[in-house]
Design a protein around this ligand. Sequence first.
Ligand SMILES: NC(=O)c1ccc[n+]([C@@H]2O[C@H](COP(=O)([O-])OP(=O)(O)OC[C@H]3O[C@@H](n4cnc5c(N)ncnc54)[C@H](OP(=O)(O)O)[C@@H]3O)[C@@H](O)[C@H]2O)c1
Length: 346
Amino acid sequence: MSFRVAVVGATGAVGREILKTLYERNFPIAEVAALASGRSAGAQVSFGEDKVLTVKNLEKFDFTGWDIALFSPGASVSAIHAPRAAAAGCVVIDNTSQFRMDADVPLVVPEVNPQALAGFRERNIIANPNCSTIQMVVALKPLHDKFKVKRVVVATYQSVSGAGKEGMDELLANTKVHYVHDKNPPQVFQKDIAFNVIPQIDIFMEDGATKEEWKMAVETKKILDPAIQVIATCVRVPVFIGHAEAVHVEFEHPVSVNEARTALRHAPGVVVDDKRVDGGYTTPIEAQGEDAVFVSRIRKDPTVPNGLAFWCVSDNLRKGAALNAVQIAEYLVAHDMLARKIEHAA
Ligand SMILES: NC(=O)c1ccc[n+]([C@@H]2O[C@H](COP(=O)([O-])OP(=O)(O)OC[C@H]3O[C@@H](n4cnc5c(N)ncnc54)[C@H](OP(=O)(O)O)[C@@H]3O)[C@@H](O)[C@H]2O)c1
C-alpha cells in the first residue's frame, strides 16, 4: 500500500525538511506533489538523492484523489486551503497554529497522545503543535506519568529557523554586516538578531505574554493535562537550527534525580545526555539533523517541593515540525486509519 502525498509550503524551511524526512524514513509514497505560492510555481525542490519535483501553485491544486497533505504555508494560508483539501477527502496534517486549539482538531505528538488521533475524522485535519511545545511535552510525558506535573516554569532559547527561511537569511546578513561595522535594520525580528537575544516571539497578548508563550501553556494543557500550569518566557537567539529550553518542574509526588533519569531513559523519542562534566550536555548544534529530544542538566530544584530542573534541546525543523508531522502520518498508516485507501502502483 502506498499513498499520494502533497507537501504544502514545500519551498520553505519546514516543507523542505518534510520532503527530506518522508524520503529518509521511506514513507510509502506512490506520488508526491510539492506545492507553494504562485511566486515559486515552476521552481524545483529536491526529493531524495536524485529526484527533483517541480513546484505547483497551491491555489490551482485539486486535492481530490490525494491521501495526505502535510501543510506548512503559514496560518492564514492553511486557514483557506487546509479545509479545502480536507473537504476533498485528503487528510491534512497542519504545522501552522491555525487549528491547534480547535476542540474538534486533534493536537498530536505521537509519543505523547496518539489516542487523540481517534477524533480526526470530524474535520479531517490534525494539528502539529508548536515546535517549543513538542520538545517540552516529549520530555515531560514520562515524568508526568510517574510523578504528575503540577507546574512548569520554562525559558526558551529558540533558533532563527523557527521564523522560517527569512529568519535564517536575516541572521546571516546581519552577522556579516557586523564585521564591517555596519548594521541592517531588522525586518523579520524586532531587533538586531546578530550577537543578541530577543525576548519576543510572535505578537504581544493583553496580559503581557507573547503569543508563543501563550501557545506553550495552552498546547501543553491540551496535549498532556489541562491541570498543568505553564509560565514560559520565549527568547530568540542567534542560532540557526535547534531550540533549547531551561525547564523547571514542580511535581505532585516526590521525585529523585535518579528516578527522573530512569523514566526519561526509557521514554520514546528522548535521549538522556547528562554527564556532569565539562561539555557533558547537548547544545543546538549537536541536535541539528537529529530526531531526538535531548535532555541534560537534570537536577533537583530545592526551591519548591518536589522540584526538578533540566535542559532540553531538539531540532525545531525535525521533531519540532517535519518529523512530528511525518510520524503522525506513519501512525495513521500503521493503524489503518486512512479511510480512503487506494492501491497505487508504487
Ligand atoms: N520553522 C519552524 O521551526 C516551524 C516549526 C513548527 C511550525 N512552523 C510553522 O510552519 C509554517 C511554515 O514555516 P517555515 O519555517 O517553513 O516558513 P518559510 O520558510 O517562510 O516557508 C513558508 C512556505 O510557505 C509557502 N507559502 C507562503 N505563502 C503561501 C501562499 N499564499 N500559498 C502557498 N504557499 C505559500 C512558501 O512558499 P513560497 O516559496 O512560494 O513563498 C514557503 O514554501 C509556519 O506557519 C510556522 O509557524 C514552523
